[in-house]
Structure formats: C-alpha cells, structure tokens
Design a protein around this ligand. Structure first.
Ligand code: C5P
Length: 236
C-alpha cells in the first residue's frame, strides 16, 4: 500500500443512535469506521448508508465463513449495501476465497463499486495454545494463511501487528489491517496479541482497527487524535 496508514474505529455499539452519535464525534478526524456483528445484527445495512452519508468509508466486519456460493452472494450483498471493505475468514479456504474474489470482480466489471476483500488469519484474541485443534503458534499459522490468501487473490489480511512484519515480507502484495491495538497504558481487554499504534505502524501495518480505547474513552475524539498522532497522521 502506497498511501499513509489509516485509522479505522470499530463502532461496536448496541444501537443505531449510539453508533451515529459516536460517528458524529469522530467525523473529520478518522476516515474509516467499522461495523461488526453487534451493530449490523441490530441495525442491518441501513446504518452503512447513514455512515457513508456522513463521509466515512465503511468496513463491514462480519467475518464471512460459509460455503463458497453463500459467501460469494454475501459479497454481492455487501457491495450493494455500500461496504468499502469486508472480511471473510481465510480458514474458509481456497474455493471460498476465490468465489468471493470472483463475486467482487464481477460487481466491478458491471461498473459498480466493490469492497476490498480482507482475509482474517487468526483472531487477535487468540494467544499461544488457545486455537482449538491447531497446534501451530497463532503467529506462525497466521503467516501460513496470509501466504495462501495472496494466492487466492484477496486484497489484504487481518492479522496481529506482532506478525505483520513477517507477513509483509512473505506476501508483499497484501494490505495489512491490524486489530489488537492498544495505546501504552490502556486495558488489554479480551485481546491477546496486542501492540501499540506506533509500534504497529513501524512493523508495517497499513490500517489500524481500534475499538474500546476510543469508544469507551471519556473523550473519543481526543483518544482518536492521540492515536493518529502516534501514527504520525494528524488530521483536524
Ligand atoms: O475494542 P477493540 O479495539 O479490541 O476492538 C477490535 C475490533 O477488531 C473488534 O471489533 C473486533 O471484532 C475486531 N477484530 C479483532 N481481531 C480480528 C479481527 C477483527 O479484534 N482478528
């Protein structure tokens, strides 16, 4: 990725009003917001349109994992709903990921905008020895999945900043999006493979996804500004 690293704030909030209120505080400060299971399951796709009307780029993080046809059709639905980026599990494998790629490409070939496809490698909440049925260390397994994701034509991967440098050298074509970002001194919560914003950028992350350190702060706009200044991209 040639552009400056971008900050994505995860709007993990239970209601439309709370999400739009948080978005209003972050408007003109962060370029991207993320809609995940909590908000989407409650509000549906209309909230995507509302956030786009506010000027945000929208990352739909539903982590698709299903048979190839179902995922391909979900990619088409996400495109129609206006998602600029979405996630699917790289563990869904070659046929599922290639079906998603073909769906996004055919949307684009028809002249419509299609979301960037990011493969989730290993959730940042997994620590060593915690993945059921998988003996590899999380970072090693994430690296293997990223190599495959590049072969399957995905645009990027979701990974911990702890493995992002190795992924950058093994699969340089992929954009790298890192959750599990924790500014110095903030609570780790349920995350395990964490890193500070500055270190994540130095390691090679293209997008940082931050939720609770911003949305649960007394002053979300200021919290976002502090992260941006750690990333060396000061806006507003
Ligand atoms: O609050 P916090 O900063 O931990 O939020 C991280 C966000 O990134 C959550 O919305 C979570 O669903 C998402 N995410 C993650 N790890 C992944 C993929 C997505 O934490 N591997």
């Amino acid at each position: 990725m040639t552009t400056a690293p971008q900050l994505v704030v995860a709007l993990d909030l239970p209601e439309r009003e709370a999400a739009l209120d948080m978005a209003a505080r972050l408007r003109d400060i962060v370029p991207w917001v993320k809609i995940g299971m909590e908000l989407f399951t409650r509000c549906g796709p209309s909230v995507l349109g509302e956030l786009k009307d506010m000027g945000f780029r929208v990352f739909l993080d539903m982590k698709f994992y299903d048979i190839p046809n179902t995922v391909a059709q979900a990619v088409r639905s996400a495109a129609r709903s206006g998602a600029d980026m979405l996630t699917l599990h790289a563990q869904g494998g070659k046929r599922m990921c290639e079906a998603a790629r073909e769906a996004a490409d055919s949307v684009r070939a028809a002249g419509d905008p299609a979301p960037l496809l990011f493969g989730v490698t290993v959730l940042t909440s997994f620590g060593p020895g915690e993945m059921p049925g998988i003996s590899a260390e999380p970072s090693d397994f994430a690296l293997d999945l990223a190599r495959e994701a590049a072969q399957w034509g995905l645009d990027g991967v979701v990974c911990s900043a702890q493995e992002v440098a190795r992924i950058r050298s093994a699969a340089p074509s992929l954009a790298r999006l890192c959750p599990g970002i924790r500014p110095e001194g903030s609570a780790q919560d349920d995350q395990r493979r964490v890193m500070t914003p500055a270190k994540a950028i130095l390691a090679g992350a293209d997008y940082l996804v931050v939720g609770r350190p911003v949305t649960r702060s007394d002053d979300p706009a200021e919290a976002a500004r502090r992260i941006l200044s750690e990333m060396h991209i000061e806006k507003a």
